[in-house]
Design a protein around this ligand. Structure first.
Ligand code: CS2
Ligand code: MG
Length: 412
């Protein structure tokens, strides 16, 4: 058999998504997610202008060979655009292989290692009352683990909390899940580390007092702290027994985590902006993290992320795959198949997509009693309504950026 057609489909039901659809000469189709939030069209061009011409006529069964061909053959390696494009091809080929073998992809990856995937949801609030309501509503939705993000006194807007602009745009419906805001230019947000470091421990103290010691709680520092500030935060949160503290400091300099590790035993999760195993080499080898946060969509697909997680398993480091709304239903399905098969699964992030998105992407996964399961349909278990997708053309959207009080650009 061979790949007969390759289409790059851009749609924007609730937000922008980029999907690669491959069709074999026998009419078997495969989908891959190539969504890179705020830079979607760069991946569209990489796929359309450079990768698609290379796929037509290729043997779709040779997944590893195609991966190596696209990675080494490009000469220019790594990086978010390249690895999202390769990821989409990889996912689509696994989807086709599953359909051809009449098996769900997790069976091709070695079968199920558990009955379901523990998932966490995003609770948030500007105030403690709002936050408590949000935690309760997530518990009612079945979540057994919850990420906590709150407003910080003195800051107008902060990651994970609906900004006023989002409120107005969504007419009062709390929609704090989508950080990329539609518009011609990115929104500027403000940041102050010292107010944040003073405030966050008081929030977790209040949450533990209200909800007790058992509930697994997670927090995302979203790359904003220096290593010593991250060490201080990790230490100040130890009494509240976090499941993990995420992206506590930018990790381009992997050594930065040594300083954090030296001062705190709060578990650390990093990697959602990483793209290859090489971004993890030192922090895994030196046991500087506890959870690998990469998504299939941004780390070269199932083929490459499985290698990262197999490497991590030697150091008892677990998966904590990135799963916000900017990972499409196809990318989420791929994460669930991989998560079900690997031994060192930790937890899966699960933000629910919007209704329009669920109408365009027909999905077979289940969410029950706090656990996800990819379903047993052959392949990845997602089909895309191409006509429906066509009704929602791309809309320019950007992630916000931060400036400190003195005007300096800061990590968002
Ligand atoms: C976040 C994301 O879910 C998370 O952990 O870090 O919401 C992130 O901000 C977005 O994926 C960026 O596109
Ligand atoms: Mg994050």
């Amino acid at each position: 058999m061979s790949i007969d057609r390759a289409e790059v489909i851009v749609t924007s039901p609730d937000r922008n998504f980029v999907t690669l659809k491959l069709t074999t000469a026998d009419g078997v189709t495969g989908l891959g997610d190539a969504t890179l939030n705020g830079r979607e069209l760069a991946v569209v061009s990489y796929l359309k202008d450079h990768v698609v011409p290379l796929l037509i006529g290729r043997d779709e069964s040779r997944i590893e060979d195609t991966w190596q061909f696209l990675y080494r053959g490009a000469y220019w390696r790594r990086g978010p655009v390249t690895m999202a494009a390769i990821a989409a091809v990889d996912m689509a080929l696994w989807d086709i292989k599953g359909k051809t073998a009449n098996m769900p992809v997790y069976q091709l990856l070695g079968g199920a290692s558990r009955r379901g995937l523990l998932a966490y949801g995003h609770a948030s609030g500007k105030t403690l009352d709002e936050l408590f309501d949000s935690i309760r509503s997530h518990q009612e939705q079945g979540y057994r683990a919850i990420r906590v993000q709150t407003g910080v006194p003195g800051l107008k807007s902060i990651y994970g909390i609906a900004s006023n602009a989002t409120y107005e745009a969504n007419k009062g419906v709390r929609y704090d899940h989508e950080p990329a805001q539609r518009g011609a230019l990115p929104h500027e947000e403000d940041w102050d580390t010292r107010s944040y470091l003073r405030h966050i421990p008081t929030v977790f103290e209040a949450v533990r007092n209200e909800f007790g010691p058992e509930l697994p709680l997670l927090h995302d520092a979203h790359h904003r702290l220096t290593p010593i500030q991250a060490a201080r935060l990790g230490k100040s949160l130890e009494p509240y027994d976090l499941f993990w503290l995420e992206d506590c400091t930018p990790a381009e300099n992997q050594e930065a985590l040594r300083l954090v590790r030296r001062h705190t035993t709060t578990p650390l999760a990093i990697g959602e902006i990483f793209n290859t195993v090489w971004d993890y080499q030192q922090i895994i080898r030196e046991q500087l993290i506890d959870y690998v946060r990469s998504a299939v969509t941004h780390t070269g697909g199932i083929t490459h992320l499985k290698k990262v997680l197999d490497y991590a398993s030697q150091y008892q480091i677990k998966s904590g795959m990135h799963g916000p709304t900017d990972i499409s239903p196809v990318g989420m399905a791929a994460a669930m198949h991989l998560g079900l098969a690997i031994h060192n699964f930790g937890i899966q992030e699960y933000m629910k997509h919007g209704e329009k998105t669920d109408a365009v992407f027909e999905q077979s996964f289940t969410w029950q009693d706090g656990y996800l399961h990819p379903g047993d349909r052959p392949g990845l278990g997602v089909e895309l309504d191409v006509d429906g997708a066509g009704r929602y053309p791309y809309v320019q959207a950007y992630l916000p950026y931060n400036r400190l009080h003195d005007g300096t650009v800061h990590d968002w």
